[in-house]
Ligand binder design. Structure first.
Ligand SMILES: CC(C)(COP(=O)(O)OP(=O)(O)OC[C@H]1O[C@@H](n2cnc3c(N)ncnc32)[C@H](O)[C@@H]1OP(=O)(O)O)[C@@H](O)C(=O)NCCC(=O)NCCS
Length: 181
């Protein structure tokens, strides 16, 4: 992305992103991103099992493509009125170009379609980049799970409430006009 187009980019601008349901055949490309994105990556089996649960409607997993290349993925699980974001990552060379914004907006609209009232997630205390993304979406920190990661690093628990209300829908539409609502 050129400096000029980046300067002109609005938050969440599409820039050729295509969103599709995550499929088993996506897992090798997902693993390439997963392994460089997390200190403790999920295994292929975890993704396969989450895809299976998506088929039963208990999860919702998406991939983002640009020019047919898989550049990001994200997923959520649904628990009595809340949607829990389980994973979200963008390919390193595609970061800060709106991939995660588009994926998170798609998950939020899906949560609204499923009559959820809130979104929630855990994020590493050191992961200030992801926290900035979540704040843009209206997530606020509500607590800390001490030594949640590898028995060493704290997790910040974040919640975003009233997602089905008109002000939040308007915020989502502004953050990412391209997301399917
Ligand atoms: C966190 C992550 C998913 C963000 O993905 P992304 O596609 O780069 O995010 P976007 O381009 O949609 O960013 C949207 C906004 O979020 C904020 N943001 C995202 N990454 C940020 C960073 N590293 N530092 C500061 N702000 C950041 C910015 O406000 C950004 O808007 P801007 O680029 O116009 O300033 C990506 O860095 C990643 O895959 N990290 C590794 C996996 C991970 O940590 N996942 C989260 C687990 S809780």
């Amino acid at each position: 992305m050129s400096v000029l187009s980046r300067l002109l980019r609005r938050p969440g601008e599409d820039a050729g992103i295509v969103i599709e349901p995550m499929r088993r055949r996506d897992v090798p490309a997902i693993m390439e991103i997963e392994q460089v994105s997390y200190p403790k990556p999920w295994t292929p089996n975890v993704f396969q099992s989450e895809i299976e649960l998506s088929r039963r409607g208990e999860r919702h997993y998406l991939v983002a493509r640009r020019d047919t290349r898989l550049v990001g993925y994200a997923g959520a699980m649904f628990v009595v009125g809340d949607a829990h974001v389980t994973n979200i990552a963008a390919a390193p060379h595609q970061r800060r170009t709106g991939v995660a914004t588009r994926l998170l907006a798609e998950l939020a609209w899906e949560a609204i379609r499923r009559d959820c009232q809130a979104l929630t997630l855990e994020v590493r205390a050191s992961n200030t980049g992801a926290q900035a993304l979540y704040r843009e979406f209206g997530f606020a920190p509500v607590g800390i799970r001490q030594k949640y990661y590898e028995n060493v690093e704290d997790a910040i628990v974040m919640w975003c409430h009233d997602i089905a209300e008109a002000p939040y829908r308007a915020r989502l539409a502004e953050l990412c006009p391209e997301a399917a609502r």
